[in-house]
Design a protein. Structure first.
Lengths: 215, 508
């Protein structure tokens, strides 16, 4: 069981995160903190495996807090969760010792695998940011050499292309003669496998890797 | 002697004795005088003839029954006529001669010895001519002087003429009006010690420090607009003056100082500067208010709205997996809602970053510059380099904001008008100041200015204004075809009175 400490000043967000993690059997939220002081206190008191922390919080800046945590407990993996999508934040977070950097809206799809990766001592970098940070960090990232879409099953790849083409769930379901729910589940898996966050990400990825069937 | 030039001499002869008249005429003829004459015997005729034409000489008998030579002289004097009068008399009396000469007679010749008569006439006519010429010249001079005086008097500029030692020779009416002194009160006084003994700041102005003497001694005019003259009552006015030396034979013999009161102009300049100053303050205040406001709104958008949207998405995503197989409609709706939330978050991010990138406050200038340029490259395809002298580049909020906004404006300019393919940015942290250089290989500012829309000069103006208000310096060069180069230097310590230097340069 991976024991997690959630640090975020927005209670509503912590609730959302807990909801996401509740579906995973191997992850347990053992504590919550709404500011840096409390985070440090709980970190020392509780036996935790991964800390999931907001980047911008009142009081001490997230980066400062991260540096302090890493000097207190260098081995504790810390995942940074942030509203900021600019890779400048990510780069500085990794430099300060973060085991991963995720935007909050990607939490639904990426948080679980990020926590698992961090708990196993690895560094989690989503393919999108890996590409952007290629200058700073080289190939030893989770993305590996294979492009993520090669991880998809044939069925998933088929659905991926239809989604990238801008087709709705119902359309795809009708076309493939399966239920909408099936397509929706496939979509969730596709996003998770490819470590993408939104439909827009998915379309951008397809364009970038020239995976769209030209009419 | 130029007696040959004397043509026919006109002689008015006063003689009652026909014999005497003949004697005189024969003498004149004998001695070769070319002349014409008219003889009269009484006062009435004298008046008539004097009025009728000019005469070269009067030859008068001393004693006539009707009137005497004295009366002739009186009439000449009364009529202000400079006609030589030679008196001839039968009785030689030294006392009489002296009296006549005193009275204005030009010569006195005894009737029995007329040998001296013609030489006397020639001499006196010549001298009278000389006197007449001299009178004409004097009159012309007087007229000229009068004209000059009128000009000097009518001049709207104060004039003070001094000798080489600085003593006042003359001041004109305008100078009298400006200084409160009368010309006759100040002549001979030292000009500097009278009206120039204080500097503009009110401190004493010793005469040896006054540049007027030094300049004018070398024959060079001295002009200034930064001094004051003190009036008779002790009040002063700001003055603009030119002190010009007057030289004769390589010697300065006088100095003419022409001046006028520029207090009003100076006052207007000061007011203009003050108002410029206030405008700048206002602009910089508005700037900072706007920046604060933007920061606040951007942060609230990003943190509050963003977090709420994100939480909403988490819940929707959770909901997505909870529908039963027959709840397709709700599932599709929920999926669409997630897409909508995603694009809303995207818009929110864009709006927030446009207002003010949170990066600037969270991570500092270096990170923000990296981000700005990466965005720029993604949007325009223009390659860039960013050279930063320190890895973490961070200053106080005002400097950070200024540098970022300058960079942003410059980058926007390049994207819009420069047609560049390359952009080099360098941020250097020197000891006392920060140097930002932005260089592109586009068409150059001059071409841009021609093709750009109306907004552009305002952008540049804004940059200049920001830099000036922080006591910095900006250079923009943009030769056509050679790209544009912007170089900004900003002091790290914001100078408290940055306007002084600037204003000086305006005044100078």
């Amino acid at each position: 069981m991976i024991k997690v400490l959630l640090v975020d000043d927005h209670a509503i967000l912590r609730e959302g995160l807990k909801l996401i993690l509740a579906d995973s059997d191997d992850i347990e939220v053992v504590g919550e903190a709404s500011d840096g002081m409390e985070a440090l206190r709980l970190m020392r008191k509780l036996d935790i495996h991964v800390m999931v922390m907001d980047m911008t919080m009142p009081g001490r800046s997230g980066l400062e807090l991260l540096k302090q945590i890493k000097s207190d407990q260098p081995k504790l993996p810390v995942l940074i969760l942030s509203m900021h999508s600019e890779e400048q934040y990510a780069i500085r977070a990794y430099k300060a010792g973060a085991s991963g950097y995720l935007t909050k809206e990607s939490a639904s799809t990426l948080l679980v695998s990020a926590i698992r990766k961090a708990a196993s001592g690895g560094i989690f970098i989503s393919p999108a940011s890996a590409e952007r940070m290629a200058m700073e960090f080289n190939s030893n990232t989770s993305s590996g050499d294979k492009p993520p879409h090669t991880l998809l099953s044939d069925r998933e790849f088929q659905i991926f292309k239809l989604l990238a083409d801008g087709q709705g769930l119902t359309e795809i379901a009708n076309r493939l003669s399966v239920s909408v729910k099936t397509i929706s589940t496939h979509k969730t898996h596709i996003l998770q496998k490819m470590q993408l966050t939104t439909n827009a990400d998915l379309i951008r990825y397809a364009i970038k890797h020239q995976l769209l069937d030209m009419p | 002697m130029n007696t040959t030039q004397i043509g026919k001499i006109s002689i008015l002869m006063i003689e009652d004795d026909k014999l005497d008249e003949a004697l005189v005429i024969s003498t004149l003829e004998r001695d070769g005088l070319s002349f014409e004459h008219t003889a009269i015997q009484n006062k009435q005729d004298l008046h008539t003839l004097l009025d009728s034409r000019p005469w070269d000489v009067i030859v008068s008998d001393y004693n006539l029954p009707a009137f005497s030579a004295y009366e002739v002289l009186d009439i000449l004097e009364a009529n202000n006529l400079d006609i030589p009068c030679i008196v001839i008399s039968g009785c030689l009396n030294e006392e009489t001669a002296v009296t006549l000469l005193k009275k204005g007679a030009h010569d006195f010749i005894p009737k029995h010895n007329l040998v001296r008569l013609v030489p006397a006439i020639r001499r006196e006519v010549a001298e009278a001519k000389n006197r007449a010429t001299k009178r004409q010249v004097e009159q012309a001079l007087k007229q000229k002087e009068k004209l000059l005086n009128n000009i000097v008097g009518a001049l709207g500029e104060g004039l003070a003429v001094t000798d080489a030692q600085g003593r006042i020779l003359f001041i004109n009416p305008e100078a009298e009006r400006l200084l409160g002194w009368r010309n006759n009160e100040v002549s001979g006084l030292n000009l500097h010690r009278l009206i120039h003994y204080l500097k503009a700041d009110g401190s004493p102005y010793p005469e040896q420090d006054c540049p007027v003497g030094n300049y004018t001694r070398q024959g060079i005019p001295y002009r200034t607009e930064d001094e004051i003259f003190i009036r008779r009552d002790g009040s002063f006015f700001e003055v603009s003056y030119v002190a010009t030396p007057i030289r004769e034979n390589d010697q300065v013999i006088a100095v003419v100082t022409a001046f006028h009161d520029i207090s009003r102009r100076k006052q207007a300049e000061r007011e203009l500067n003050e108002s410029r100053c206030r405008l700048r303050e206002l602009s910089s205040f508005l700037q900072s208010v706007r920046e604060e406001e933007r920061t606040r709104i951007a942060r609230e958008l990003h943190d509050e709205l963003g977090q709420a949207l994100t939480a909403l998405k988490m819940d929707l995503t959770w909901l997505l997996t909870r529908f039963a197989d027959d709840q397709d409609e709700m599932l599709v709706k929920t999926d669409n809602m997630i897409t909508l939330v995603d694009s809303t978050v995207d818009s929110m991010r864009r709006i927030s970053a446009n207002l003010r990138p949170g990066l600037l406050d969270d991570l500092g200038l270096a990170a923000t510059a990296e981000w700005l340029l990466a965005e720029f490259q993604e949007r325009t395809g223009v390659e860039y380099t960013l050279k930063i002298s320190h890895e973490e580049f961070d200053f106080d909020n005002v400097l950070n904001t200024t540098i970022f906004r300058i960079l942003q404006e410059a980058v926007t300019n390049v994207a819009r008008h420069a047609k560049a393919s390359r952009l080099d940015v360098e941020l250097e942290d020197c000891d006392e100041r920060i140097v930002l250089s932005i260089k592109d290989d586009g068409i150059g500012l001059i071409h841009q200015a021609a093709s750009a829309n109306k907004r552009k000069p305002f952008g540049l103006l804004g940059i200049r204004e920001r830099v000036t208000s922080l006591g910095g310096h900006i250079d923009i060069t943009g030769q056509a075809g050679q790209g544009t180069k912007i170089r900004v230097m900003l002091p790290k310590q914001v100078i408290t009175e940055p306007l002084k230097e600037h204003d000086k340069s305006i005044a100078g």
